[in-house]
Ligand binder design. Structure first.
Ligand SMILES: [Mg+2]
Length: 230
């Protein structure tokens, strides 16, 4: 039986420049009338969590959160859709990604997504490089604000889709932030931290992943790791 591999998107498979930040900020401003607070960071957070942190930062009362969040997360993909050309211009596939995904798919490894993006925008980002074909299912920011619960959702969907019961220890999470590594721990999965996002390897190591890598380009080593028995 093959291990299930769950991949994060931004900073792990690709970089998409400033388009999502600009579109989510614009949707926030349109709905709330507040400038998006610059101190709210994006890396490793689900889109709904980013929006909630922004609500808190500009002191929007909790009673307005649910309705405003729904409006923002409906508006954001529409703005994103209008920026497809910029997305294509600014996006860059990270080192070794195509080779790794091709190899894993060829060897019939079950793969899925574990991302804080809404499913709609996640699929748009992957479309730029024709990567959706590798990921039939996933856990997305549109499912839940809590990345740790998303890992459970991704795992359950993968079990249903591939019609296999994956023990959590037979599941790897590949991601670029401490939050990815924590999400793996929350479900008992193993984790590989890649330093292609905002965090260097020594920082990722502080969160006790099972392994770290500078990027995904050492095909042999990465495949050996992801194939290993618990
Ligand atoms: Mg990421």
């Amino acid at each position: 039986m093959k291990n299930l591999i769950l991949f994060d998107i931004d900073g792990t498979l690709l970089q998409c420049g400033s388009v999502s930040r600009e579109c989510l900020s614009a949707a926030f401003e349109k709905v709330t009338g507040h400038t998006f607070p610059h101190e709210v960071t994006f890396a490793g957070k689900t889109d709904p969590l980013i929006v909630r942190e922004a609500f808190r930062a500009v002191s929007i009362g909790k009673s307005d959160w649910v309705e405003m969040e729904q409006k923002i997360l409906r508006t954001y993909p529409r703005y994103f859709e209008e920026r497809m050309e910029d997305l294509r211009d600014q996006s860059r596939l990270l080192e070794g990604v195509t080779e790794l995904l091709d190899f894993l798919a060829h060897r019939r490894f079950p793969m899925a997504l574990l991302t804080g993006n809404l499913e709609n925008t996640a699929r748009r980002k992957l479309d730029v490089f024709d990567l959706n074909r590798f990921f039939p299912v996933g856990g997305f920011g549109s499912d839940c604000a809590d990345r740790n619960r998303l890992a459970r959702i991704a795992l359950e969907r993968a079990c249903r889709h591939f019609d296999q019961r994956f023990e959590p220890a037979r599941c790897w999470v590949v991601g670029d932030t401490p939050r990815d590594l924590e999400a793996a721990k929350a479900v008992g999965a193993r984790s590989l931290g890649v330093a292609t996002g905002p965090f260097a390897e020594p920082v990722l190591e502080e969160f006790f992943p099972d392994a770290t890598a500078a990027d995904l380009s050492s095909l042999g080593d990465i495949v050996k790791l992801l194939s290993s028995n618990p």
